[in-house]
Design a protein around this ligand. Structure first.
Ligand SMILES: [Zn+2]
Length: 120
């Protein structure tokens, strides 16, 4: 099992790289967005472990599953396409993207472990 510092550093690099790729693909200047999103994701290293605490090696259930990850990708796409209008909506959108990215990065690192992720 990866520990919180490993998840934090992986979250940082995974979310920063993903943000940089999306910014470049959309033709937007980065402007520090990749570093900011990566730092925010690093502050949330263990969201899935809040729902399913890693008290034993077989703690990974539904909220650590590949099925839940696919649902998170769908939800993240919806949030990404959300055209937020007010300042609070824009802040909520960015926070949801950072938290969702952190959650998915955590699952990605868990998937690379020997136990991997359950299907459901
Ligand atoms: Zn985990």
């Amino acid at each position: 099992m990866a520990c919180a510092p490993q998840h934090a550093s992986f979250n940082f690099f995974a979310v920063a790289a993903t943000t940089a790729i999306v910014q470049q693909r959309e033709g937007r200047p980065d402007g520090g967005a990749a570093i900011s999103m990566g730092a925010a994701a690093a502050c949330l290293p263990s969201l899935p472990d809040i729902l399913e605490p890693s008290l034993h090696p077989n703690h990974r259930r539904f909220f650590h599953s590949a099925t839940f990850a696919v649902g998170m990708v769908f939800a993240m796409h919806r949030v990404y396409k959300w055209e937020a209008e007010g300042e609070w909506e824009k802040l909520a959108r960015v926070l949801l993207l950072a938290a969702g990215g952190a959650y998915l990065a955590h699952l990605a690192l868990d998937a690379l472990s020997a136990k991997s992720l359950p299907l459901i």
